[in-house]
Ligand binder design. Structure first.
Ligand code: SF4
Length: 580
């Protein structure tokens, strides 16, 4: 049953963006339409994230606004999806009766049925509404949550993994891979593909193992087939997703079919070390095998990358596959979180700073090829002000950042998150002022390194994947057009796609969210009659350049073009299309 216009807004990580895309595809197939304006929607969905407090506050504020709207639009159905729904459970509904539907990230395949029920239930509740209540007092209460205790601890062979069906149902067409439904003007040529779900690491500051469940790995044939179908639809860049993506391993001898569908497998203790996993026999597809398979079997994919890597379990076999397969990107996102062994232990990260830097040295030794214009680029994540962090601990973090020489880093002040181990066991005892000053110091250290890395690219001509208009160009167009007119060209940062607001190519969305790595407005310089575009190198460096006057900027989106780097400006670089 279709119930009119759906508005879906996505918060947080790339995994959430992919979930939203899959949900949109499923609902579209059932006849739902999408709108990019929340005010025109009959169904409003928020796909939420619990990792950052700021994103949660935005959701609470949006829900507060909808409470008022339900007085004038009583039939409006409101849904909270994702990690906030899973973590807070029905408490969220009690606190916010405006919410009709709650659906955890492990239950998204059930969303169409929940929405259908919610529309009917709301209609019948409103028809019988007692006089002393109004439309904001009743909720359709449709709930699908995995529950913290299940964590899929039983073998997945016991039952069909219905969430795999959601991934398999991905309806791949130019629309589903990202055309702007509001304008119908373009189709994205970059896409995410999930290879693992969940996490077994239990870092003490993180809620993901509780909200997304235990780590499981999708069958390689499903993944390769999805990549092929995306390539057939025009995609040329794929990012493989997993919370600990390099843990991927699928044992074919243990594979199980349910209802004719091969089931994902529960993650096992990783035993790869520095070499090929010694327990992986011929009948095992390791992460290195999977990368090689996609590279070789889907040649139309010109760029293949993956996030997020867990530093301890990164084998040389993976690094060698990246080195030997030219369409695999020279880019690794490897969160360290701290440079202090004491803090890493409190975080339960499972490695020391020395083990982390040993990995970086190994990766550089195998992968760094600046002489052929493909230097290895690294990015990291850090939390400052974790409970009990001393000046000495923080100095160790600064030292690690200086040693690692990331091209960018996502740096956050610690805030205790509900549902985590740390909130119960570790007092948030670093004063806010100290957190802020450490945050600023680390940002400054990273900014200096980013600038030096950008300067090292001046004079080179990397290949750049064109993502959209630069932020400055979009602002210029926004000022020039009447209100509410959607842009016909996607921006590099705030792309509006298929009813999703504030989501775009994942890495850009992260840049906007992260502290200090967002390119500055003044970085972009362009003449009034030129259109400035933004793209990324193989190593994920952001490049701004002017579209050549004889080419329509729209025709360049999703293309890979050579750009000669001429200047570094803060955290991004400027260039000129080679041959211009
Ligand atoms: S590795 Fe740690 S931080 Fe990453 S998702 Fe798992 S528990 Fe969270």
């Amino acid at each position: 049953m279709s119930s009119g216009n759906v508005y879906i807004e996505t918060f947080g990580c790339q995994m959430n963006e992919l979930d939203s895309e899959l949900v949109c595809g499923q609902l579209r197939a059932l006849g739902y339409r999408f709108t990019t304006e929340s005010s025109q929607a009959d169904v409003v969905l928020y796909n939420t994230c619990s990792v950052r407090e700021h994103a949660e506050q935005k959701v609470w504020s949006r829900l507060g606004e909808l409470r008022d709207r339900k007085l004038t639009q009583p039939g409006l159905v409101v849904g909270v999806l994702g990690c906030m729904a899973e973590r807070d459970g029905e408490d969220l509904m009690r606190r916010m009766p405006v919410v009709d539907v709650m659906c955890g990230p492990g239950e998204l395949d059930k969303l169409p049925a929940l929405l259908d029920n919610a529309v009917r239930t709301r209609a019948s509740l409103l028809a019988e509404l007692p006089e002393h209540l109004n439309a904001t007092d009743v909720s359709a209460r449709q709930v699908a949550l995995q529950g913290n205790t299940s964590r899929r601890s039983a073998t997945l062979a016991a039952a069909a993994d219905t969430l795999e069906l959601l991934d398999l149902s991905r309806s791949i067409s130019p629309i589903s891979v990202g055309a702007d439904e509001g304008t119908g003007e373009f189709a994205r040529r970059t896409a995410y593909v999930r290879i693992t779900r969940g996490c077994n690491k239990f870092c003490t500051y993180c809620v993901v193992p509780f909200t997304r469940g235990a780590e499981i790995h999708r069958p390689p044939d499903h993944i390769v087939d999805e990549c092929k179908r995306l390539a057939d639809a025009g995609v040329i860049e794929i990012t493989l997703l997993g919370q600990t993506v390099n843990h991927y391993r699928f044992e074919h001898g243990a594979s199980v079919m349910v209802g004719g569908v091969m089931q994902p497998q529960k993650g096992r203790t990783y035993a790869g070390g520095h070499r090929r996993d010694p327990f992986a026999g011929e009948a095992t597809t390791t992460f290195a095998d999977l990368l090689a398979r996609i590279h070789d079997e889907v040649p139309a994919i010109q760029r293949l990358r993956f996030v997020t890597s867990y530093p301890r379990d990164f084998g040389d076999d993976v690094l060698e596959v990246i080195r030997d397969h030219p369409r695999l990107c020279r880019y690794l996102h490897v969160p360290a979180q701290s440079g202090s062994d004491r803090i890493l232990k409190l975080m339960n990260r499972g490695y020391t700073a020395a083990e982390y830097t040993e990995f970086l040295d190994r990766a550089r030794a195998i992968l760094d090829q600046p002489e052929i214009g493909r230097p290895l680029m690294l990015s990291g994540d850090f939390i400052v002000g974790f409970p009990t962090e001393t000046d000495e601990d923080f100095d160790a973090t600064v030292a690690l950042v200086e040693r690692a020489r990331y091209k960018s880093a996502f740096i956050f002040k610690y805030s205790p998150r509900p549902g985590t181990v740390a909130i119960d066991k570790l007092a948030d005892d670093v004063p806010e002022g100290v957190k802020r000053s450490r945050n600023n110091r680390l940002l400054l250290a990273q900014a200096q390194i980013s600038e030096e890395i950008g300067a090292s690219l001046v004079g080179t001509t990397p290949q750049v994947f064109v993502e959209g208009l630069s932020a400055k160009e979009r602002k210029r167009r926004d000022r020039a057009k009447p209100a509410n007119t959607p842009s016909k060209i996607p921006g590099g940062v705030a792309l509006t796609i298929a009813g999703r607001a504030a989501s775009g190519p994942a890495i850009n969305a992260r840049d906007e969210a992260c502290c200090g790595t967002k390119p500055r407005e003044e970085d972009a310089q362009t003449l009034p009659d030129q259109v400035q575009l933004t793209g990324r190198t193989d190593g994920d460096v952001i490049v701004h350049f002017d579209a050549p006057p004889d080419r329509a900027p729209e025709s360049m989106l999703g293309c890979i073009v050579p750009v000669r780097i001429t200047q570094v400006r803060g955290l991004s670089v400027l260039g000129t299309m080679a041959g211009e």
